[in-house]
Design a protein around this ligand. Structure first.
Ligand SMILES: [Cu+2]
Length: 292
């Protein structure tokens, strides 16, 4: 009776799992998986992830298959009697040691190759310093003298306030939008120098396959090169719990055509120069030492 009750509970759980999986299948399997992204590197990472996922699936099917078959076929109630001559078998032990070692080495080779490529920041064409702070990001175009802060956008910030009475569902890209996105050109190897101003943050944009810690006192490097035919807006978030407003410091990257980027850079540089130009004020004149 006890066993039958347990079996029916198991069957119920299995049915529930199937139903929830079917519901997900309807909304698309892609939602459950990593994104292949929009860079060659993100596709490599995705390919590696799928390769190792399927290796794990095959191993699980074989191992659990043999185990379940043995449990059912040779159970005590069927009168199975252990064969003592099978308690030790050197040949079998060598096989089940060697096979996993070969599989592990075979997986380590492509993984190591991809890891080395991720760290290869040579021949970059554009360098941007990224500083995480509580709570936002600062982008500093080191070669072009353009720098600005990027915060959570106004609409999300208003809706998130306690008692705002604004339905978050009415806000586009709620908590995933910023006032000033990072702007980069397509088809360009962009190097990021990532650091932190106060505590540890992490700059994470899944579509680029980039996730790097922003640590005060350290400069971490990362790079990405967006496909020429994939301009657009890409979103990410801080990926290191950094304090009260950790959930309110999203990342938006605006990937533009090379011409579009050049125009943006020119306009932004002009705007920033104008803003920082010293303008004499009456107060300054009064404070200046007067001629005797
Ligand atoms: Cu954070």
């Amino acid at each position: 009776m006890m066993i039958r009750a347990r079996l029916s509970t198991l069957a119920l759980l299995a049915t529930a799992a199937c139903v929830s999986l079917a519901a997900h299948a309807k909304s698309g399997w892609a939602e459950l998986n990593m994104t292949p992204g929009v860079t060659e590197m993100s596709r490599n990472i995705y390919g590696l992830h799928m390769l190792i996922f399927w290796v794990c699936v095959i191993i699980a099917v074989v191992v659990f298959g043999v185990m379940i078959y043995s449990l059912v076929k040779f159970r005590k109630s069927k009168g199975a009697i252990p064969d003592v001559t099978l308690l030790h078998n050197t040949k079998v032990e060598i096989i089940w040691t060697a096979v996993p070692v070969i599989i592990l080495v075979a997986m380590a080779v492509p993984a190591a190759r991809t890891l080395v490529a991720i760290e290869d920041t040579s021949k970059t064409e554009l360098t941007i310093k990224v500083t995480g702070f509580q709570w936002g990001w600062q982008y500093d175009y080191l070669d072009d003298g353009v720098a600005f802060y990027s915060h959570l956008d106004h609409a999300s910030n208003a809706a998130r306030q306690l008692g705002s009475n604004i339905d978050p569902n009415t806000v586009d890209n709620y908590l995933l939008n910023v006032d000033y996105p990072l702007v980069v050109p397509v088809g360009t190897k962009v190097r990021l120098l990532i650091t932190g101003a106060d505590v540890i943050h992490a700059w994470w944009v899944p579509a680029f396959g980039v996730k790097k810690d922003a640590i005060p006192g350290f400069v971490n490097e990362a790079w990405f090169k967006v496909d020429v035919d994939k301009p657009g807006l890409y979103r990410g978030q801080c990926a290191e719990l950094c304090g009260r407003d950790h959930g309110f410091m999203p990342i938006v990257v605006d990937v533009r055509s090379k011409e579009g980027y050049a125009a943006w850079l020119k306009a932004t540089a002009a705007q920033e120069n104008q803003a920082s130009a010293p303008t004499p004020t009456p107060g300054d004149a009064a404070a200046a030492p007067s001629a005797p």
